[in-house]
Structure formats: structure tokens, C-alpha cells
Ligand binder design. Structure first.
Ligand SMILES: C[S@@+](CC[C@H](N)C(=O)[O-])C[C@H]1O[C@@H](n2cnc3c(N)ncnc32)[C@H](O)[C@@H]1O
Length: 233
């Protein structure tokens, strides 16, 4: 299934999985290059926002090559990363990180109820087929009092910023990504923001899934966002 047509349903699931399997070998290097290292700083903000530390059991949802898992493990947490793309997981397992990496789908997590104290998810929301089943799964696997932090890209709202951001995100990123990795994947990645509901709707969906104290914070003038919430005790 090609990515040009912005697929949906099972077509999207298969296309996204195949795409990440293809780009896995160069995924980390391109992230650092295309964001000048900001991606790692944003991951740190996400982990800070849910106070990950020793004693936590962290689910890194759609963990990819394990950047968030690595940062959480470095803070003394026990970490389980879940992703459906085998090649991304292969990258994660190659790191010397004290974490378990499992292959599985975000909408049917291979974890028992109430097993994690924290769930984090980096840059994956727009890749899921549907968000409500994923948020319901997050609520299920988190223990009472559990915290969630979802990091995702966004587009600035102010017109001038939006134009400058769009030039970089929609033109420069596909160009560099196409030269150094996979043309169709790096054309798709910026376009896939159309799958993302507006911030207020994302917050409402988390609320519907049972999370309280839901908050949304913008990063770099609206180029990225972190959503946080808690499972009631
Ligand atoms: C943009 S990458 C982000 C990887 C990592 N979280 C990070 O911060 O770099 C998105 C990841 O979501 C995974 N993914 C997308 N849909 C998924 C699903 N339904 N179940 C599990 N993983 C999924 C992809 O395989 C990919 O590794």
C-alpha cells in the first residue's frame, strides 16, 4: 500500500509498519539531524513532566528504536517498550538499555491490567489507525495514580510562524529525508499531521478514556506538544 494517498484502517496499519521497518536503520540519525537534537530535549521534557524515576515501571508505547526507553532507564525506572515494527525493535534491542522490548500493537497491548506506573509515547499518535482504542489501552495498563505523557509534533497557529515552519517541515524535511533515507516515508511524515485532531480534542479524548488532570503544553512556539494526564486513584 502506497503512502501517497494517506491510507486509513488496515491499509494504514500495514503501510505505517512497512514504512518504519524500511527507515529504521537511519531513523535516529535523521531525527537528530532534522531537529538539530531538539527531539531528544523534547523527550526529556516529556519524561520530566511525569516525573519518571526509580521505582517506576514505564511503558514506552510505540517505542521505535528506544530513545524514550533509554532515557527512562537512565533515571532508574524499569522499562517495557512496545512497538509493532520489527526493524525498529531490532534497533532498540541493539542499545545497551536495561529494558524489555516487545512486539505488539498499541490497540492491544501485551501487558496485564494496572502493570505500569507511567506510560510515555513519542511522536506516534498520528501513526495510529484510531486514537480512542489506544488511549483506552493506556488507561487499562496503568495502575491507579499512573501518569501518561504523549509527545507529538504540531504546527504553529500564528500565520508567520506557520509559514516558516511549513517551509521547513513540508519541503526541507522531505528533501533531506529523501536524499539520506526514503523519499516516500519522509514525504509522508509531515503530511501525516492531518491525522492529528486539534489539541483540545486530543485532551477530550484522553478524558473520555478515563484520564484526569489532562493538560497540554506547546513546545517551540507550537511546533510540538506534550499531553499529560493521570489515572484516578
Ligand atoms: C515516529 S516513530 C516514534 C518512535 C519513538 N517513540 C521515538 O520517540 O522516536 C512511531 C513509531 O510508532 C510505531 N507504531 C505505529 N503504529 C503502531 C501501532 N499500532 N502499534 C505499535 N506501534 C506502532 C511505529 O512502528 C514507529 O516505531
Amino acid at each position: 500500500m502506497a503512502l501517497d494517498a494517506l491510507p486509513s484502517g488496515t491499509d494504514k496499519r500495514a503501510a505505517v509498519r512497512a514504512m518504519f521497518d524500511r527507515i529504521a536503520p537511519r531513523y535516529d540519525g535523521l531525527n537528530r539531524l532534522l531537529t538539530a537534537g531538539l527531539d531528544q530535549r523534547w523527550r526529556r521534557f516529556a519524561i520530566d513532566s511525569v516525573r519518571v524515576g526509580t521505582g517506576d515501571v514505564v511503558l514506552d508505547l510505540a517505542c521505535g528504536t528506544g530513545d524514550l526507553a533509554e532515557q527512562c532507564a537512565a533515571r532508574g525506572a524499569r522499562v517495557v517498550g512496545v512497538d509493532f515494527a520489527g526493524e525498529m525493535l531490532r534497533g532498540a534491542r541493539r542499545r545497551a538499555v536495561r529494558a524489555d522490548f516487545l512486539q505488539g500493537d498499541a490497540a492491544r497491548l501485551p501487558l496485564r491490567d494496572a502493570t505500569a506506573t507511567v506510560a510515555v509515547c513519542g511522536f506516534a499518535l498520528r501513526n495510529f489507525v484510531e486514537l480512542p482504542p489506544v488511549f483506552t489501552e493506556l488507561e487499562r495498563v496503568l495502575a491507579p495514580g499512573g501518569r501518561v505523557a504523549l509527545l507529538e509534533v504540531d504546527r504553529p497557529r500564528a500565520r508567520v510562524l506557520r509559514t516558516g515552519h511549513s517551509f521547513y517541515f513540508d519541503r526541507v524535511v522531505p528533501l533531506i529525508g529523501g536524499l539520506l533515507s526514503d523519499r516516500s516515508a519522509y514525504a509522508y511524515l509531515p503530511r501525516s499531521t492531518v491525522y492529528l485532531p486539534p489539541g483540545e480534542e486530543l485532551c477530550a479524548l484522553l478524558g473520555k478514556a478515563g484520564f484526569t488532570a489532562v493538560q497540554r503544553r506547546e513546545l517551540l512556539l507550537g511546533s510540538a506538544q506534550i499531553l499529560t494526564g493521570e489515572v484516578p486513584r
